[in-house]
Structures are given as structure tokens and as C-alpha cells.
Design a protein around this ligand. Structure first.
Ligand code: 5RP
Length: 228
């Protein structure tokens, strides 16, 4: 499928951009999975150390025979590579489609360089156009956070685990995920500040000013967007 090819093209380009780095943070999702496929086939990448942003990524890295360093033992990473659900033209993003945004944001924030890899369908004029903003919430605070969000006019829904587990999805950091449907967001930074001001919300999927580069894959090429 053409979107798969677009993801692969972004992943291949990112591999070239990080080949000098020794400690690489790795995000989560299907585009990152393509990145792991690409680097695991290259001998040069076997000497490096990888810090995963989720259990899923840790398993994929170790199954590919790559060395994994648990995030709590990593003082930072030279470069961080991750996907995104939406990217605007200021390189702000919505992430958390895979519910891994808390650790993803920690790794991105403390990284020396941050590269995001997306297929072209992820580009939007305004964040919130297609995806809700996910938030990671302490389980004790679910009901209070939900009712406060609704009181403020947000459409907020608890994300359910789906097949194999009843009830809420539990994030990698032991939180529950609430999806906040906003529609196109006028002021992403303001919304991030508002959500983060509510006790019980551990992290949000709004990534503001955290991308140095976004590699956008197309079926036949890639383009690099740089933060101005
Ligand atoms: C996980 C994420 C992912 O990076 C995001 O959902 C993009 O995933 P994909 O590459 O599968 O489209 O934020 O929490």
C-alpha cells in the first residue's frame, strides 16, 4: 500500500540521519516499526544502544537483536526517533495513538536531537483536525478529570483496552488514557498549558516545540521539514 511505502521511505531517511549516533531513543508505532526493520538489517546499527519509549518497542528492538537500555538507566539519548499522529507546519504534533506519549515526551525532551518520521497523511493545517488529544491520567483521578474536562466543554472519553482486557486501557506508565476531542485547535500551547494545569493529568499528547526535524515520507520520496 502507498502509505506503507511512505512510512518506509521516512524510516530509511531517518536511519541515514542517525547513523553517527551511538545512543538512540526509539518511539512507538508502525512507522517506528519500519525504522527498526531498516536498522536491524544494517550491521553498523548493531553496535549501538537503544532506549525504548514503550514495552512494545523494547520487545521489537530485542527481537531484532538490538541492544536495549531501560529508560530509567539512561541519562539521555543522543538522538530520538519517533512517529506522530498529526504534524502542523510549525512542527507541533499530536501523539499518543499508541498510548505511549508520556515516556515518548520524556525521551524527546531530554534528547540532544529529535527526529519525527511520518507519512504524508499526518500533515495538517491545524492540530486536532483528525485526532483527539490523548492524556495520561492517574487512575485515582479518572472521574474528577473527566467531569472537569466536560464541565469546560471538552468531549472527553476514556480509551478502552479492547480485545483481551475489559475496561480502560492502561498506559506504559500505569495511567489511564482519556481522549479529548477538540476539533481544530487554535492555540496548541495554550491548550497544553490548560490540560497540564489539572491535577491528575500526568502528560498530554501535545508535543509543542519538541521536533527538530520531521521527515515526511511519500510513496516515491521523502521531504525534511526543519524547525525554524
Ligand atoms: C504512540 C505514538 C505514535 O508515534 C503515533 O501514534 C504514530 O503511530 P503510527 O506510526 O503507527 O502511525 O504517538 O504513542
Amino acid at each position: 500500500m502507498s502509505v506503507d511505502l511512505a512510512k518506509l521511505n521516512a524510516a530509511k531517511a531517518a536511519a541515514r540521519l542517525v547513523e553517527e549516533s551511538r545512543v538512540i531513543g526509539v518511539g512507538s508505532g508502525t512507522t517506528v516499526e519500519r525504522f527498526i526493520d531498516v536498522i536491524s538489517r544494517d550491521e553498523g546499527f548493531r553496535q549501538k544502544v537503544y532506549v525504548p519509549s514503550s514495552l512494545d518497542t523494547a520487545l521489537k528492538l530485542s527481537r531484532a537483536g538490538l541492544k536495549v537500555l531501560y529508560p530509567s538507566a539512561a541519562s539521555g539519548v543522543e538522538v530520538y526517533v519517533d512517529g506522530a499522529d498529526e504534524v502542523d507546519f510549525s512542527l507541533n504534533m499530536i501523539k499518543g495513538g499508541g498510548a505511549a506519549m508520556t515516556l515518548e515526551k520524556i525521551l524527546a525532551f531530554y534528547a540532544e536531537r529529535r527526529i519525527f518520521i511520518v507519512d504524508h497523511t499526518k500533515l495538517v493545517d491545524r492540530l486536532g483536525s483528525k485526532h483527539p488529544v490523548p492524556i495520561d491520567v492517574l487512575p485515582h483521578a479518572i472521574s474528577m478529570v473527566l467531569s472537569e474536562l466536560r464541565r469546560r466543554g471538552f468531549r472527553a472519553e476514556l480509551r478502552l483496552a479492547g480485545r483481551g482486557k475489559v475496561g480502560p486501557l492502561i498506559s506504559d506508565v500505569g495511567g489511564v488514557v482519556i481522549d479529548v476531542r477538540t476539533g481544530p485547535i487554535e492555540d496548541p500551547k495554550g491548550l497544553e498549558e490548560e490540560l497540564r494545569s489539572l491535577p491528575g493529568i500526568v502528560e498530554t499528547g501535545l508535543f509543542i516545540g519538541l521536533a527538530d526535524l520531521v521527515v515526511v515520507g511519500y510513496p516515491d520520496r521523502h521531504e525534511v521539514l526543519r524547525r525554524r
